[in-house]
Design a protein around this ligand. Sequence first.
Ligand code: KE4
Length: 433
Amino acid sequence: MDITKSKKLFSRAKEVIPGGVNSPVRAFKSVGGVPRFLSRGRGAYIWDADDNRYIDYMMSWGPLILGHAHPKVVEAVREAASAGTSFGASTAGEIELAEMVIDRFLAVEMLRLVSSGTEAAMTAIRLARAVTGRELVVKFDGCYHGHSNGLLVKAGSGLATQGLPGSAGVPESAARGTISLPYNDLEAVWKTFDKRGEDIAGIIVEPAAANMGVVPPVEGFLNGLRMAAEKDGAVLIFDEVISGFRVARGGACELYNIRPDLVCFGKILGGGMPIGAVGGKREIMERLAPAGNVYQAGTLSGNPVSVAAGIATLRELETPGFYERLNNTTKKLALGLEEILTEAEIRVVINRLTGLLTVFFGEGEISDYQLVQNCDMDRYARFFRGMLDEGVYLPPSGYEAWFLSSAHNDDEIERTLKAAGNVVEELTTNEYE
Ligand code: KE4
């Protein structure tokens, strides 16, 4: 596969952009090889600068549940942009998008739009601290909530990929305000609340974890968090930046029938344009300025182009049977991969939820970050490189989810499984060193 142009672009990029990328996981550091510089996408496919075509399972890390360049989303963006890309004043679309989220999430009575998931999570934490007058925040190992100081403790996603326990530059005082516990470990949660309950402002959790690979909540885990927060008056925050509008129309809240106090959104809500949002109980949300005294602001918050793309996306998700089809596609791919890898006597565990899956080269139930770290990430790196050579672009990290869309159909699944079959023998002979 000729990747001359990507090689040249990467060398040039490294001169002027740290690590040659604008987000660490894109650098292929944990999987090896030359990051592909992409030129276009359509449906389930992307093309790199050398015009090599790939089936894409990165899908911009989640926003593109309809696939790349969906005509209705592109048309909405074109129309909005031609009327003005930003006003710094309110527009009717922001109200419509808020009403669409409220219609899907029982827990959301009001919504504030921002420009990233990081801002959404940061704002939710600030609200929790304001309404409780407390400081401590509980998060979970391997979960990722963006890169605000206090939430980089034992985080997943790019930190896990780089093997970083946290980040330089985060003051000890910020890290001290966060307690990170093992995901799915209710006993650890109850012990922490027994000891520190009156100091805990909030719990923030990915209700369907996807930043240590896909790790679903075990039976009773989320309900236990709801009860622990209730008992001690802490704010329960669901970070649905990935799971929102993906694992179900109403996200993990609907899938697991839990009502948190606040919910964070991003990705799909903007249909591929920059967006984030925090929503929840009216009495909490009305603490946000200018209604209340919790300050938060943003030049491009509620940007009309992002809002138009989000509205167009959520409208398409109303297509009858959308989530059933997405779940069936996810299941077909997961079972097919499991069959191919198992037949080759390769130890594999595939965790999946609607529209999401992760291939772990390990065994047993993978239900927390420690168990993920015991998996063979070198083998994932070889699998990644082999699949890339076969024209299938997986997430460049074993700690990320594969993202599916309505553009991934039988043809794409069959091609992906065929590619996996071709790669398998190399997996055992270490050819993809
Ligand atoms: P952004 O600030 O990147 O828009 O969102 C942060 C965020 C918050 N919460 C969850 C659950 C998230 O998954 C994310 C961001 N996700 C990663 C992918 N796992 C972004 C990819 C990247 O960092 O390049």
